[in-house]
Design a protein around this ligand. Sequence first.
Ligand SMILES: [Zn+2]
Length: 311
Amino acid sequence: MGEVPMLLLALLVLHLSEFVVWVRPDVGLFRRRGRGWELASSGALISTVRGSLHWVYPLPGWARAYAVPWTTVNQPAGDPEGTVGLESVFSRSEVERRRNSVETAFQELRWLSWSLMAVIWVVAPVTLQWIGFRSMLWIVFPPLLVLMAVNAVRVFQTHRRQYPESGDERLRLVLSASLSPLAAIRSADLVHKEALEGFHPLAVAAALPGFRDWEKVAAVHWRRLNHAESERNDPGPEASSESARAKRRAWMDQIERLALERGLNPAAWDQPPSPTDPTHTQYCPRCRSQFTPAAVACHDCQWPRLLPIPS
Ligand SMILES: [Zn+2]
């Protein structure tokens, strides 16, 4: 392989390595897929108990992804009064408004990102091929440095306006964008990562155009609320206080409202399944796994109270 193709291959590997996102287990990552959006759940590049590594499309704009914490689902106690602000946490229109306003604020970064792409992926290879390595450096470096500097300054200023609380993330973004032109290409999308924090992931999913599998994702989380972790071992009144139950009910109501808005019937989420095998006579109401009569608890989620599958 010649020197130019070798160099381009190395550059491509470095470029692709920028387009991965680390996701903690308590966070939902929304990424572009096809013409719509999806929740990155399966197909992780690396998966551990501390989180998983997901890839996004390696092009500015298409690499957009939102990280939205789920924690509030299992711990509605995050809001002491339970229902204060719940309407806005679950508001599809507020998600849309926030998304559009962040989009507008960071719009100019897109042009910087595409300009950097053009210098690195068009100007550099062409000049390298025609006039050699040294002259290529003279042509490529000045615009590259100017674009990186403008990008870093604009990321810092706009990020500070949009996320005044998020100083650590800002420092990380600006530093990486100042040190590497390939990382600078990424900043136009990475600045959006925390834009929808504070909203419920199911409201985000409902607001993103062309989101796939909303009902599947919603039903799973609705069942986890309905058959909550805290009641797993002790269904008695002490283990699960009335107020905790009321909070979970309020969250479920909001999810049901989103479902009805989408023309879905949330009542179907708690119906017994049809057996996937003739020997299955019981199912887990929490995760829907099916079992033979010998099972006493769910093997998958350890839920202790299996229900019969009606024949
Ligand atoms: Zn289960």
